[in-house]
Design a protein around this ligand. Sequence first.
Ligand code: AMP
Length: 282
Amino acid sequence: MRVITTVQEMQEIIQQVKAEKKSVGFVPTMGFLHEGHLTLLRNARKENDIVAMSIFVNPLQFGPNEDFATYPRDFERDRSLAEKENIDFLFYPSVAEMYPSEASISVIVKDRTDVLCGKSRPGHFDGVATVLTKLFNIMMPTRAYFGKKDAQQVAVIDSLIKDFNFPIKLIPVDIVREENGLAKSSRNVNLEPYEREQAAALYRSLQKARSAIEEGERDIPELKKIIETTILNESQGNIDYIEIYSYPELKPIDKASGSIIMAIAVKFSKVRLIDNIIMSVK
Ligand code: AMP
């Protein structure tokens, strides 16, 4: 595995790889790797000649009162975890390398941002779409791997790829969880130990709603109530949102039917966690 820190060197390497007609699997991350990231890498390894991961904590996608400064970082740990996955390139640029001057152009996401994390985190998806436009141009991947934990992000990237004609296949990957059901997240280290236990209530609440649907419940307010009651009874987290929408359109629905997402965001003392279940309802 080679660690590359400059855009120019990364582009020269990728151009060489493409000239050799090799496929490139790309896994963009913000580092502090866990099994979720490693699962994306393993899928990429199976399906591509060359695998590249980026580690870049992108300031553009954090709001002024968000956790950019405290976002966990440990490059040496990440490097050794990545090395074990037998990947080819680890792209690790600095902020100054990615944004040498204030950009004169940014990507604005117009659709699907007035809901879920887009609503709670104004500008977040513009930052995600802008950095991914840059990373896609640098890495020119054949396939790009993203986790369904960030389901709204997957929907936005699907549009980015289609709207801007990137010749890239988007591969969404299932959520990887702790034994207690908590979705793996780099941010989990910033949970207090008691919060880590309580945070398992997020997935339990979604599972209860899924069971209710399987038993015939279709009423959206009723399903949201099931989720809310579980989170309030089993944790001290503050609910940011509980929403049920069509997926991937992210439009409000009258009743649970077709492809839907049940998505939640809950704030603990230092961390805001998200989780979701996407399911098909007959
Ligand atoms: P991040 O480093 O948090 O920006 O995540 C990088 C990629 O890993 C994104 O595509 C995430 O959706 C994905 N990811 C993060 N956590 C998980 C998880 N628990 N399961 C599957 N994918 C994940």
